[in-house]
Design a protein around this ligand. Sequence first.
Ligand code: ATP
Ligand code: MG
Length: 408
Amino acid sequence: MLQSQLFTKTKKEFAKDEESINAKLLIKAGYIDKLAAGIYSFLPLGLRVLVKIENIIREEMNAVGCQEILMPALHPKENWEKTGRWDSIHDILFKLEGVRGSEFTLGPTHEEVVTPLVKQFVFSYKDLPFAVYQIQSKFRNEARAKSGLLRGREFRMKDVYSFHTDERDLNEFYEKMAQAYERVWERLSLGAITYKTFASGGSFSKYSHEYQTVCTSGEDEIYLCEKCRLAINKEIIAEQDSCPQCGNKELVKKNGIEVGNIFQLKTKYSEPFKLMYQDEKGENKLVQMGCYGIGPSRLMGTIVEVFHDEDGIIWPESVAPFKYHLLNLSKEGKVKKQADELYDHLIKKGAEVLYDDRTEPTPGAKLKDADLLGLPIRLVVSDKTDGKVEVKTRNSTETTLKGIKEIF
Ligand code: ATP
Ligand code: MG
């Protein structure tokens, strides 16, 4: 992509009304724009990052057999009355009025929609197990929306719902999802600092699990067992004061960002919606359910919180909007021609390149923008590179000179 064509531009200053690093950097670089507290637009470069994160999650969910669907964001009140949550979580629901007195909420999560949906297709044990998921915008009237993409009032969520005949089958799938989640963190370069964390299971199972990315700006408190790479969250540290795996009592307190969670719902939602199946003996039984969330937009913010320096963002290659940032720092026609040639060469090879072909900014301004935008590999062509290309990765200070054809 030609940077001269990009309708967004980097800003000179940080937004005054943002406190978090992720929002400050992402807005300054032109990745996102704030409409109101906790409500953001994703601009061309920012949307590329979000889509890459979502596609990594999508691939890993597909790989364990989850089937992608897309459910509505607008939910009738009746569904939420069935579970009692129209009242019990009313503080986070964005409620709306429809025609002739009908009432709706914008979906903060989808148990109330998915359970009656699958009920139409589940009759016998032969119809189970299966899992469905979606990647979609969710709406929650969060009290504190001061952390940029970490806590949105409108935010992206990947939510899987699984359906089983019995708890054993639910447990088996739960473990499979835990493995799939590890692969997601690994591919996002967060594997080394993301911990499976024991959390309260509510009233229907002993524990649920959160995935917490260790980060000083995280609003959650977790207690790590460094031997087992497990953690316990603040809610349950009183009843469980040692590592659930090895009994280690020397747990290390850290701040974390909850990037995902997995939860055994058991029959909490199959009961109110009477989601039943007939077992082999012809007996009617309640379906066992699990739910599994990941926050792609929160992950985008988390990646910025973890990977940045004083000059800007340092994207991991798997989610960078482009792998290469090609900069022409010369006004000379001859040098421009070299840069154009390199761009064409890379595009022909199928590489993702942002080409700073702008004529206005000074070389210094272009280099500053490149650091702020944070693409993994910077390629500079200038009067000094003498027909060659200066190559530098965003996270090192070393540069090397290479021939144009040596780049890819
Ligand atoms: P939190 O405790 O941080 O409020 P939660 O327990 O409410 O999270 P879930 O309802 O289980 O989270 O949502 C699943 C995932 O969606 C979370 O693990 C997180 O990654 C993401 N998420 C939840 N709330 C938000 C939000 N307000 N903004 C961005 N992402 C969110
Ligand atoms: Mg919440």
